[in-house]
Ligand binder design. Structure first.
Ligand code: ZN
Ligand code: ZN
Length: 82
């Protein structure tokens, strides 16, 4: 089994987190920290400070381009629809 070839031209194959609404990997950060928008269904989401699944408080590491969107405890998505 050979690994798939990367597409030519340096296309961005680093897909973002899955959208909780349409399950497409098109979540992109907005200008606001902790806010994301799905460019597929145009729904907006916010990173929760408390896991909606297990209630664990999570220390959200705010980074410019990549953010932790999964609960450290249960691995569930920390994204909440706005
Ligand atoms: Zn979506
Ligand atoms: Zn959790």
């Amino acid at each position: 089994m050979e690994p798939e070839q990367k597409p030519p031209g340096g296309a961005d194959v680093n897909l973002g987190p899955l959208c909780p609404h349409c399950s497409e990997p098109w979540l992109r950060p907005t200008n606001l920290p902790g806010r994301y928008r799905c460019v597929s269904c145009l729904h907006r989401f916010e990173l929760a400070s408390v896991c909606p699944n297990c209630g664990e408080h999570s220390t959200i590491v705010r980074m410019s381009s990549t953010a932790i969107v999964k609960c450290n405890n249960c691995g569930d998505s920390m994204l909440q629809p706005i």
